[in-house]
Design a protein around this ligand. Structure first.
Ligand SMILES: NC(=O)c1ccc[n+]([C@@H]2O[C@H](COP(=O)([O-])OP(=O)(O)OC[C@H]3O[C@@H](n4cnc5c(N)ncnc54)[C@H](OP(=O)(O)O)[C@@H]3O)[C@@H](O)[C@H]2O)c1
Length: 206
């Protein structure tokens, strides 16, 4: 049985990824920044498989990431997959005026958080394991527009994070990829998004 850890898995793409991995007989370590929302998600997922554990993990908070890694250590298991899924999109105005708090928070959650998650969980990742960073088409220079500029910057930087770890992880044969799920109907994607969340796995595994 393979084990996957997912950040920000209490709803949206992270939740659906957890559900589909349970259906494929993975053990899932569902993490969320809010205990109540995380445990509610675990309750909903129990019908898809009982191999699920909850860890409190706020990717914005280094202490929380370290505590989650410590709690994972107590489970005495190893990981095969880490999915850096947690993300926010807060900015809806020109880069000329976006305020510091939005810039800093977005980079902390979308870019720095994944680095710290990888660093702290790497000791528990099997050789030949996989890391998936959930990025966005908006992080590609070829697709970037002036929509959500700070979010776009954070995802372009996340792609650079992926590239940098690909060098450092090569000798352990750990693969790392950025994936773009497309425009998905979630709280972030909104109701007009073209892809239902159930279809996202096809994109992530494609
Ligand atoms: N939906 C799209 O069209 C789309 C397109 C391209 C890329 N993506 C990417 O896909 C990923 C998932 O997005 P989504 O559409 O599923 O969004 P979503 O429905 O808004 O879910 C985002 C998840 O991230 C969690 N999160 C936010 N900040 C966190 C933090 N500091 N620590 C831990 N968890 C945190 C949220 O938890 P709370 O419930 O506690 O807020 C929630 O579980 C994101 O990285 C996003 O950038 C989405």
């Amino acid at each position: 049985m393979k084990t996957a850890l997912i950040t920000g898995a209490n709803k949206g793409i992270g939740f659906e990824t957890a559900r589909q991995l349970l259906e494929r007989n993975f053990k899932v370590i569902l993490t969320a920044r809010n205990e109540k929302r995380g445990l509610q998600a675990v309750d909903k997922l129990n019908k898809y498989g009982s191999n699920i554990e909850f860890l409190l993990l706020d990717v914005e908070d280094e202490e929380s990431i370290k505590n989650a890694a410590g709690d994972f250590n107590k489970l005495e298991i190893k990981l095969d997959v880490i999915i850096n899924n947690a993300g926010i999109l807060l900015d809806n105005e020109s880069i000329n005026t976006t305020n510091y708090e939005i810039i800093f928070k977005t980079l902390k959650i979308n870019t720095i958080g994944p680095i710290l998650v990888i660093q702290n969980f790497l000791p528990y990742l099997n050789d030949y394991g996989r890391i998936i960073n959930v990025s966005s088409g908006l992080g590609l220079f070829s697709e970037m527009s002036d929509f959500a500029p700070v979010y776009s910057i954070s995802k372009a930087a996340l792609n650079a994070v992926t590239k940098q770890f690909s060098f450092s992880l090569a000798e352990k044969n750990i693969s790392i990829n950025s994936v773009s799920p497309g425009w998905v109907k979630t709280d972030m994607g909104g109701p007009n998004a073209v892809r239902p969340v159930e279809k996202v796995q096809k994109q992530l595994s494609g």
